[in-house]
Design a protein around this ligand. Structure first.
Ligand SMILES: Nc1ncnc2c1ncn2[C@@H]1O[C@H](COP(=O)(O)OP(=O)(O)O)[C@@H](O)[C@H]1O
Ligand SMILES: [Mg+2]
Length: 236
């Protein structure tokens, strides 16, 4: 399947946040959208999820426009977002948080399979399944919100700055897991990041978003070696 964003323009009142944004991702592929704070990265993801309305453009799943669908319908179509800020349910256990991600799954066996899948992906969560989510470290909470989204078995997973505020070694282990997810599931992933080096190191393709516009679109390896990208986002 293919998720395509075409000519997306959006804003908040008189603030223009996105202008003519084009991007696409296929299942089994990971793309990174890199950009600095305020570039419009979260707005792109929020438009795809139907949380922020677009003023122009199309967002299609295999050619079917879903721009005017409400957020719950878009979720039902297989799109799951992990928003910025790692919002877990702090007083619920890890297990209960994961159950919330799969509340729609009635079949016991299917549910167990999903638990097995995420626990295999995130052994740390399996070890801590009885603990309250509020007692986890920041990195573990980030793993939990990603795992909770995966419990829904999305066809497309949208990750909003998973590295924010985490130590480099923790970021590395989370990105390793995201990379293995691309290989082990058929989901397509869009990760938006200020940490360009990390995101591009595991993505297939990348986009640079500046002031609400895509300025460069290229294979991730090419972007990593691009002089402008190095100077602005990688430092050197
Ligand atoms: N709820 C909002 N109301 C008004 N302006 C907003 C709102 N959310 C974001 N913006 C503005 O839209 C632009 C893009 O923001 P955002 O998508 O959050 O960027 P990023 O995620 O790349 O940091 C910024 O100028 C930001 O100030
Ligand atoms: Mg953001």
């Amino acid at each position: 399947m293919r998720l395509t964003v075409e000519g997306l323009t959006a804003g908040y009142g008189s603030v223009n946040a996105l202008c003519d944004v084009n991007l696409e991702v296929e299942t089994g592929e990971m793309v990174a959208v890199i950009g600095s704070n305020g570039a419009g990265k979260s707005t792109v993801l929020n438009c795809i999820c139907g949380v922020v309305p677009a003023s122009e453009g199309r967002i299609c799943l295999d050619g079917i426009d879903m721009l005017d669908e409400p957020p719950h319908k878009i979720a039902m179509m297989g799109i799951a977002q992990v928003p910025e800020g790692r919002r877990v349910f702090p007083r619920l256990t890890v297990l209960e948080n994961l159950e919330m991600g799969a509340y729609i799954v009635r079949d016991k066996r299917a549910l167990m399979e999903r638990f097995d899948f995420v626990y295999q992906l995130f052994p740390r969560l399996a070890e801590r399944k009885k603990q309250n989510a509020g007692d986890l470290s920041g990195g573990e909470q980030q793993m939990l919100v990603i795992a909770r989204a995966i419990m829904r078995k999305p066809r497309f997973l949208l990750l909003d700055e998973p590295s924010l505020g985490l130590a480099p070694v923790v970021v590395e282990s989370i990105f390793d897991i995201i990379a293995s997810l691309v290989n082990s599931s058929d989901a397509g992933i869009i990760v938006v990041e200020q940490n360009a080096a990390m995101a591009l190191s595991i993505a297939n393709r990348g986009y640079v978003l500046e002031n609400g516009r895509i300025t460069i679109a290229a294979p991730a390896k090419e972007l990593m070696n691009d002089k402008r990208v190095k100077a602005a986002y990688i430092g050197g």
